[in-house]
Design a protein around this ligand. Structure first.
Ligand code: DPP
Ligand code: ZN
Length: 896
């Protein structure tokens, strides 16, 4: 397979103005008649028309109604003898395909007797021959014909203009999309579905019909998705003045889906995971995810659909921006400042545990990549989450109102167009000509072109006589594949100064006209710069990178006492949380260094990594009268094994695991009385609401139970495991029930088996809940290598199927990608298992296989014997001759 380069972009040689599609649906052989009108693009030299196609059977090609000569070259249909001149001509293509055999879930496929499509990025070519690229935007009319009994509901984008019965028990529906769109936004659904409906009147006075389609029997799980959609529509109107532009907006759920959801114009198709929820089956996290994904896909209607990407290198134009929008939406829905901070911490945690490693590994790529082999491999945390951070920095540099003005200018300039990341940044800057962003735009855009996570080092110097505090910031960025040297970034660094007594100091920045406030945004543009604060009477503790104002690693030589002061007093909740994380990380790293060579037979180390000061600080947070439960739960959560591993040059995953387990055991023991108090004070039994306050209480109560069960393992006490089992049985909602189950499983208590069995019996008919059941076991704490055999058992379970992506993720990914302590085995059996599963999945669904192939991205950091064994496992995959492009690209880059 060939790499494709951004620099090679050329406008299409032809435009497609209209598309009339006619489907005769049949799982074994679906017939697709595609009638298009095309024009030559006068801006491009005359050339043949090359249409993309994949896994299609071609029956007929007509140009202006007459037969024509054509060639099939690789995956392309090539037409050379087309009418000359600028005028439009008609092209008619008749093909068939086999949706029932489509296990890739790209193009037209069947899931539970229902037809669905997935066209982003390049799935439309699996439906018909087309210029399958986002800068070709056409008007679509779609006629669907199918058996009426088997497929009573027939949906496509836009408005239903006609429908009726046909011969032989068949019927039809015709849909017209009033907006031009690229092929990747095409959608079709046909099957036995029912809908929750709601009519709303928008601020503009326009009426809309909202529908959430699911399988019969799932209707009682659609209320939250519908509410989230209503909230998202209102939010986009009030925050950005963006209105719903369609009479009808539909969401349809399918249980077989590669992604989370897809923003097809007017007909969003969702993974059931991000639609279906009721209190008995979904956790607080599920409710939150549904709100944010429903919001995300709805927001794409403007940022993605109305203004789309010129080419796939610009993917972050819509994804980074839309993630930023959904993050802001969730924060505004959370309401109060402390709940907003919790959401921000959670988002940063995702960025640091998933995106930072990506940016440091073999698949590192800029937010706007320069090349790819398989675009499906670039739906990454870098494009999405780092892309969102880049947009967030723009908002920080121009202010919230300035950013809204920039968005307005972006739509004024580009509505209906396919554009680039440059166009977006230019619009935000041009709407704010006096801003730092406008002044620094070319340098700022290095965030789009340079990969790698910058490191910012901060050094403070207090001069008591002069009453000044000088903060010196310097930046570096490590090399990444193809980018050995980096130029300095524009880095907004929000800072505050905390006085020794915990008060926030008013900031007087020398040379700045800004009114003194508690927080100031320093804009670092050089490799090294100093900023002087005046009128500082006593040595402060600097609170740097407040709210995580830039996606960087911040190095500061804090003393433990300074971190404890920030943890106790920082007015910025993000940095308050971060101080606790730094303390825990420091303890972990010290303990890992101290255990070097201290291998014990049981794979455990007799260490106590946490000191009394840290434990006392955690107790103070836990018992704090004013802090929210949700925030406490975040502070009390130790850094993950993968985040700890990222801080080390050489990683012994078993040592990391053992040290973190030792820390958990210590917290369980030292805070036992406090956990009891926390559980008693926070477990509720009232009606369930997924709001931030009550979900925070459930999270903290769940954490308390987990620690109480863990400590019971040490003491042999039977009371808390028994209480936990009772809680599991009596729970009035899935969050409490699952937390109790997880506490038993996590502690390895004997009662866990009973609870697992009961859970399965209760929920055996609910696929999403079964996914949780599988994932909990595959992700459980390893004790003596017991998880891999369990994973193999789970895969032999009658409810397991590798073909269903959610189920594959719940077992195989939970083990390989989310359970480092169980996966990295000295006997290499985890890696062998991984390579087998990558190959098995590749034969079914390359997109999902390639995700799994990323599990060993960081192999070169591993200590021996892991490093050697991991490399061998990757090489074994790479040695297979018939790999998909998807997996080939990932393993080749890993070995490069
Ligand atoms: N459906 C995916 C998303 O919304 C890709 N566009 O992010
Ligand atoms: Zn998206």
């Amino acid at each position: 397979a060939q790499a494709i380069y951004r620099a090679d972009y050329q406008a299409p040689a032809y435009w497609i103005d209209t598309v009339e599609l006619c489907f005769d649906l049949d799982p074994a052989k679906t017939r697709v008649l595609n009638r298009m009108t095309l024009r030559r693009n006068p801006a491009v030299p005359a050339q043949a028309l090359r249409l993309d196609g994949e896994d299609l059977n071609l029956a007929r090609v007509l140009v202006d109604g007459a037969g024509t000569s054509f060639k099939l070259e690789g995956a392309q249909l090539v037409l050379e003898n087309l009418p000359e001149g600028p005028g439009p001509f008609a092209l008619e293509i008749f093909t068939t395909c086999c949706p029932a055999k489509n296990t890739k879930l790209m193009g037209l496929f069947v899931s539970q007797d229902t037809f669905f499509t997935q066209c982003e990025a390049e799935g439309f070519r699996r439906i018909t021959y087309f210029l399958d690229r986002p800068d070709v935007m056409a008007s679509y009319t779609v006629t669907i014909r199918a058996d009426k009994t088997a497929y009573p509901v027939l949906l496509s984008n836009g408005n239903l203009v006609d429908s009726g019965d046909l011969d032989e028990g068949r019927h039809f529906a015709r849909w017209v999309d009033p907006f031009r769109k690229p092929s990747y936004l095409f959608a079709l659904v046909a099957g036995k579905l029912v809908a929750r409906e709601q009519r709303i009147t928008a601020r503009s006075g326009r009426e809309h019909l909202l529908q959430v389609y699911v399988r019969p029997g799932d209707l009682d799980k659609t209320e939250h998705a519908m509410q989230s959609l209503v909230h998202a529509i209102a939010w986009d109107e009030s925050r950005f003045g963006l209105h719903l532009d369609l009479d009808r907006f539909m969401i349809v759920a399918t249980s077989d889906f590669n992604m989370g959801a897809m923003e097809n114009k007017g007909l969003n198709i969702f993974n059931t995971k991000y639609v279906l929820a009721n209190p008995a089956t979904a956790t607080d996290a599920d409710f939150g995810n549904i709100e944010s994904v429903v919001g995300h896909e709805y927001f794409h209607n403007w940022t993605g659909d109305r203004v789309t990407c010129r080419d796939w290198f610009q993917l972050s134009l819509k994804e980074g921006l839309t993630v930023f929008r959904d993050q802001e939406f969730s924060m505004d829905m959370a309401g109060v400042e402390s709940a907003r901070a919790v959401k921000r911490i959670e988002d940063v945690r995702v960025l640091r545990t998933a995106q930072f490693p990506e940016d440091a590994g073999p698949m590192a790529h800029p937010v706007r990549p320069d090349s790819y082999i398989e675009i499906n491999n670039f739906y990454t945390v870098t494009i999405y989450e780092k892309g969102a951070e880049v947009v967030r920095m723009m908002q920080t540099l121009v202010g919230k109102d300035g950013f809204a003005k920039g968005m307005a200018l972006y739509f004024e300039r580009h509505d209906g167009q396919a554009v680039t990341c440059d166009d977006f940044a230019q619009a935000i800057a041009d709407a704010n000509p006096q801003s730092d962003l406008a002044r620094l735009l070319p340098q700022f855009k290095r965030w789009y072109s340079q990969a790698g996570t910058p490191r910012v080092k901060a050094e403070g110097a207090f001069d008591a006589a002069a009453q000044t505090y000088v903060l010196t910031l310097s930046q570096t960025c490590p090399p990444t594949p193809g980018q050995p040297a980096k130029e300095p970034f524009v880095i907004p660094v929000r800072v505050g100064l905390v006085a020794p007594d915990g008060r926030a100091l008013p900031l007087h920045l020398q040379g700045s006209g800004a009114a003194p406030g508690d927080t100031h945004t320093l804009v670092l543009t050089q490799e090294r710069e100093s900023f002087t604060f005046t009128g500082v009477q006593a040595e402060p503790v600097p609170s740097i990178l407040r709210g995580f104002s830039a996606p960087v690693v911040l190095d500061v030589d804090y003393s433990d006492a300074q971190l404890l002061a920030l943890l106790a007093h920082d007015a910025d909740p993000f940095n308050r949380w971060e101080a606790g994380q730094r303390l825990a990380l420091r303890s972990a790293i010290n303990a890992i260094a101290a255990t070097a060579g201290a291998e014990s037979a049981a794979g455990t180390f007799d260490v106590q990594p946490l000191d009394a000061a840290y434990i006392d600080a955690m107790r103070s947070v836990l018992r704090h009268p004013a802090l929210d439960a949700a925030f406490k739960e975040l502070v009390l959560t130790l850094p993950s094994e993968s985040y700890i591993a990222e801080q080390l040059d050489v990683v012994d995953p078993q040592r990391v695991h053992a040290v973190r387990e030792a820390m958990r055991t210590q917290l369980a023991q030292a805070l036992a009385a406090d956990w009891q108090w926390a559980y008693e004070a926070h477990h509720d039994n009232g009606a369930y609401q997924p709001d931030p306050v009550s979900s925070g209480r459930r999270a903290l109560a769940g954490m308390a139970l987990a620690y109480l069960c863990l400590d019971a393992r040490r003491t042999g006490d039977a009371v808390w495991p028994g209480k936990t089992l009772q809680r599991f049985k009596d729970a009035g909602n899935m969050t409490d029930r699952f937390n109790a189950l997880a506490a038993l499983v996590g502690s390895g208590h004997a009662l866990a088996a009973q609870a697992l069995q009961r859970f399965h019996a209760l929920f055996k008919d609910d696929a999403l809940v079964l996914d949780k059941w599988f994932a909990l076991q595959a992700g459980a704490t390893d004790r003596g290598g017991d998880i891999l055999p369990l994973v193999k058992q789970l895969m032999a379970h009658p409810d397991f199927s590798l073909k269903n992506p959610n189920r594959a993720r719940s077992v195989v990914f939970s083990y390989c990608s989310a359970n480092p302590g169980a996966f990295h085995r000295a006997d290499a059996a985890g890696y062998v298992f991984w390579s087998e599963q990558v190959l098995a999945l590749d034969a079914i669904n390359p997109q999902v296989a390639a995700r799994l192939a990323r599990a060993l991205d960081r192999w070169s950091k591993l200590a021996e014997p892991y490093r050697h064994a991991a490399r061998e496992a990757i090489a074994r995959i790479a040695a297979k001759p018939d790999l998909s492009n998807d997996v080939r690209e990932v393993v080749s880059r890993a070995l490069a």
